[in-house]
Design a binder for this molecule. Structure first.
Ligand code: ZN
Ligand code: ZN
Length: 648
C-alpha cells in the first residue's frame, strides 16, 4: 500500500503503484485534464512517472509557475524537433524554459536562419503539436548517451554529458525526436496550442565569448490562442510604455556618449519630477522622525575595507582614484552606509537618544558591464533614497513597523496598489554562515514576521535567503501590465555596527551595540522613475506631473486673458503653462496630448466675456466652461485622492 500526501495535507492511499496523473484523475477527472506537471518529494517528475513509495505529491496546472516551466521546457523540445526537420544536420545545444517562454541555442552550421524564417518554424511546431505526441523520459547509460551524440558529431551535447555522472542521465523522446534532458514535461505536445517565436539572437556556447557563437531562438507558447493574443498585445503596450522612449518624448532624461555609458543626464522636466518625489518623501520622513544628512561622493579606500564593501565591489567596480600623494586612494562611493556609520560615530549616544534615523538622497557609483546597462533601470550612477536607522534591539519591532508604514504610504501615493513581500530568513541548517548572536537574529526575524502578519500583508517566507549580516523584507510591486518589479527593501544589519564599533550607553551604564536598519522605499530614483513611467505610461498621478495644465488661446486676441488665467492658477499653486505659438488649435491639442498634460484650458471670446475657462482632459473628455475656482477644486480633489498626508 502507498500513501500519497497532497499539498493541503490530505492523504490518499492506494493498493498499487500508480502514476501522478492517476492520482490527479482520482482527485477529479476535470482537474486531471488541467494537470500538466508534477513534483514528488521535491523532485520534478513526469505526470506519467510511476509512484512506488509513500511521499508528497504536488500537481501543477498552467496557472502555477512550475506548470508554465514544464510547458515552456516541453515547447523547447518541439522547437528543436521542428528545427532539425527543417534544417538537417544542425547541432542542438541547450534549450531551457525562462521567465517568459523558452529558447534554444543551436549551431546552424552551413544553414542560416533569420527572423523572416520564424513563421515557417512556428507552423512546423504547430503541426507537431497537433499530432499529440507523448513525452517520455528514459534513463540511459553515460556510454550510450555519449555514443548517440558522437555519431551525430554533436560536440556540445558530448561536452554536457561528459560532465554528468553515470546513472543520472536521461533522454526524452517524443515522436521521432530525442534530446538529452533531466525531465519535467507536460503529458503530450497536443497541449501546446499557440506558439510565437519572438526573436533570433547570437549567444556564445556556455556564455563564453572565446567559444563558438551559436544562434539563440526565443519563443513563447500557450495552451490557448487567446492567451497568446493577450501576451502579444501586452508586449505591444510595453513597447509603447518603454521608459527609454517615454523619457525622451516627455523630455525627462537623456544619455550622452560623450558623458559616458550608463550615466544619466536629468533634463529640467525630469529634474522637477524627481525633486517633487524627493520632497514628497522628505516630508513623510520628517514626520517619521528622520534627519537629513549629506555625505561626499567618494571616500578613502580604507572606509570601504572597514565596511567590507571593498571586498564586494572593489575588484569588479570603478578602480581607486589616486592623488598626488603616494598610497592615497579614494573610491567612488558604492554604498552610503559606511558614511552614515561615521556620522553616527560623531558623538556618543545614550539609549534615550535612540533611534537615530539618518536619511540622504545619496548618489552611488557601480560599474556595470556595458551589455548589462539598460535605460534607467541599470545604470552606473544612481541615487538611492537611502536611510539608516540605529536603534536598540528592543526598538526593532516598532522601527520595523514604522518603516513598513512609510513604504506602503509611498506605494499607495504613487498608484502601486498591487504588491507583495518576501521575508528572507536564516538557513537554520547553517548557523555558522551568519554573524550576530542567535538571540538577536531571533529578535530581528520575529520583528519582521510579526510586522507583516499584524499588517495583514501578502508575504512569502524564503528560508536561507537572508544576507549573512541580517534578515530582510523586500517589496515586489505589480505594474499595470502585470509585470513584477522588486522595489523597496528593509534590511536588518548586525555587521556594520560591529565593523564600525558603533555603541550607545544603555540604562545599565554599559556600552552596547545598536542594531542598524537599511531602508530605501524607492530603491533608486532612476530605476523607480523608469518603473513608474512604464506603470503609468507617463500619466503620472496629478500631484507629481511636471505640468498639470496647459492654456491654449484660440487666437492672439485672447493672449492677455490667457495670462490672467495663468496668474490665477499660479495663485492656486497649480503648475501651468501657456502655448501661445502661432499654430492651429488642432496641432496644439495633439502635442499637449503627446506630452500627457492632464488638463487643457481653452480660452476664446466666450470664456473671456463670461470670465470662465473651458476644460478638456487628457484623453478628450470635455468638462465644459467653469470658473478658475471651480477648476482649482477639481484639481484639489484629484490630488487628494492619491496624495494623503503621512501620519505616524
Ligand atoms: Zn526535456
Ligand atoms: Zn545601507
Amino acid at each position: 500500500m502507498i500513501k500519497i500526501t497532497l499539498p493541503d495535507g490530505s492523504i490518499r492511499t492506494y493498493d498499487n503503484s500508480l502514476t501522478a496523473m492517476d492520482v490527479a484523475k482520482d482527485i477529479s477527472e476535470g482537474f486531471a485534464r488541467n494537470v500538466i506537471s508534477a513534483k514528488f518529494n521535491d523532485t520534478t517528475i513526469e505526470t506519467s512517472t510511476l509512484l512506488t513509495t509513500d511521499g508528497n505529491l504536488t500537481l501543477y496546472t498552467w496557472k502555477n509557475e512550475e506548470g508554465k516551466k514544464a510547458f515552456w521546457h516541453s515547447s523547447a523540445h518541439v522547437l528543436a524537433q521542428a528545427l532539425e526537420e527543417l534544417y538537417p544536420g544542425i547541432k542542438l545545444t541547450i534549450g531551457p524554459a525562462i521567465d517568459n517562454g523558452f529558447y534554444y541555442d543551436v549551431d546552424f552550421g552551413t544553414h542560416a536562419i533569420s527572423e523572416k524564417d520564424l513563421k515557417t518554424v512556428e507552423d512546423k511546431m504547430i503541426t507537431i503539436s497537433r499530432e499529440k505526441h507523448d513525452f517520455s523520459l528514459r534513463e540511459i547509460s553515460k556510454a550510450d548517451a555519449l555514443s548517440y551524440y558522437q555519431e551525430q558529431n554533436n560536440e556540445y551535447k558530448v561536452e554536457l554529458i561528459e560532465n554528468l555522472e553515470d546513472g543520472t542521465i536521461s533522454f526524452c523522446d517524443h515522436a521521432t525526436f530525442t534530446d538529452l534532458c533531466r525531465g519535467g514535461h507536460i503529458p503530450n505536445t497536443g497541449i501546446i496550442k499557440a506558439v510565437k517565436l519572438l526573436s533570433v539572437a547570437g549567444a556564445y556556447w556556455r556564455g563564453d565569448e572565446t567559444k563558438t557563437q551559436l544562434t539563440r531562438i526565443y519563443g513563447i507558447s500557450f495552451p490557448k490562442q487567446k492567451e497568446l493574443k493577450e501576451y502579444l498585445e501586452m508586449l505591444e503596450e510595453a513597447k509603447k510604455r518603454d521608459h527609454r522612449k517615454l523619457g525622451k518624448e516627455l523630455e525627462l532624461f537623456t544619455f550622452s556618449k560623450k558623458v559616458g555609458q550608463g550615466l544619466p543626464l536629468w533634463l529640467p522636466k525630469g529634474t522637477a519630477l524627481r525633486h517633487r518625489l524627493e520632497d514628497f518623501l522628505k516630508k513623510a520622513q520628517t514626520t517619521a522622525g528622520y534627519e537629513m544628512v549629506i555625505s561626499p561622493h567618494i571616500g578613502q579606500k580604507e572606509l570601504y575595507v572597514t565596511s567590507g564593501h571593498y571586498e564586494k565591489y572593489g575588484e569588479d567596480s570603478f578602480q581607486p582614484i589616486k592623488t598626488p600623494k603616494m598610497d592615497e586612494e579614494f573610491l567612488l562611493k558604492p554604498m552610503n552606509c559606511p558614511h552614515h556609520c561615521e556620522i553616527y560615530n560623531f558623538k556618543p549616544y545614550s539609549y534615550k537618544e535612540l533611534p537615530k534615523r539618518f536619511a540622504e538622497f545619496g548618489t552611488v557609483y557601480r560599474y556595470e558591464q556595458s551589455g548589462e546597462l539598460h535605460g534607467m533601470t541599470r545604470v552606473r550612477c544612481f541615487t538611492q533614497d537611502d536611510a539608516h536607522i540605529f536603534c536598540t534591539p528592543d526598538q526593532l519591532d516598532a522601527e520595523f513597523e514604522a518603516v513598513i508604514d512609510l513604504v506602503e504610504y509611498v506605494f499607495t501615493s504613487l498608484g502601486f496598489e498591487n504588491y507583495s513581500t518576501q521575508v528572507s530568513l536564516r538557513d537554520p541548517e547553517n548557523p555558522s554562515k551568519y554573524i550576530g548572536s542567535d538571540e538577536n537574529w531571533n529578535k530581528a526575524e520575529n520583528a519582521i514576521l510579526k510586522a507583516v502578519k499584524s499588517k495583514g500583508m501578502d508575504y512569502v517566507v524564503e528560508t536561507g535567503e537572508a544576507a549573512f549580516y541580517g534578515p530582510k523584507l523586500d517589496f515586489m510591486v505589480k505594474d499595470a501590465l502585470g509585470r513584477s518589479w522588486q522595489l523597496g527593501t528593509i534590511q536588518v544589519d548586525y555587521n556594520l555596527p560591529e565593523r564600525f564599533d558603533l555603541t550607545y550607553k544603555g540604562s545599565d551604564n554599559e556600552l552596547h551595540r545598536p542594531v542598524m536598519i537599511h531602508r530605501a522605499p524607492f530603491g533608486s530614483m532612476e530605476r523607480f522613475i523608469a518603473i513608474l513611467l512604464e506603470h503609468t505610461g507617463g500619466n503620472f498621478p496629478l500631484w507629481l506631473m511636471p505640468e498639470q495644465v496647459i492654456i491654449l488661446s484660440i487666437s492672439e486676441k485672447y493672449e492677455k486673458y490667457a495670462k490672467n488665467v495663468l496668474n490665477l492658477l499660479e495663485n492656486h499653486e497649480i503648475r501651468a503653462l501657456i502655448d501661445n505659438r502661432n499654430e492651429t488649435m488642432g496641432k496644439k491639442i495633439r502635442e499637449a496630448e503627446m506630452k500627457k498634460i492632464p488638463y487643457m484650458i481653452i480660452v476664446g471670446e466666450n470664456e473671456e466675456n463670461e470670465n470662465k475657462i473651458s476644460i478638456r482632459k487628457h484623453g478628450g473628455e470635455d468638462l465644459g466652461m467653469i470658473s478658475v475656482d471651480e477648476f482649482s477644486n477639481i484639481i484639489d480633489i484629484e490630488v487628494n485622492k492619491t496624495l494623503k498626508k503621512f501620519n505616524v
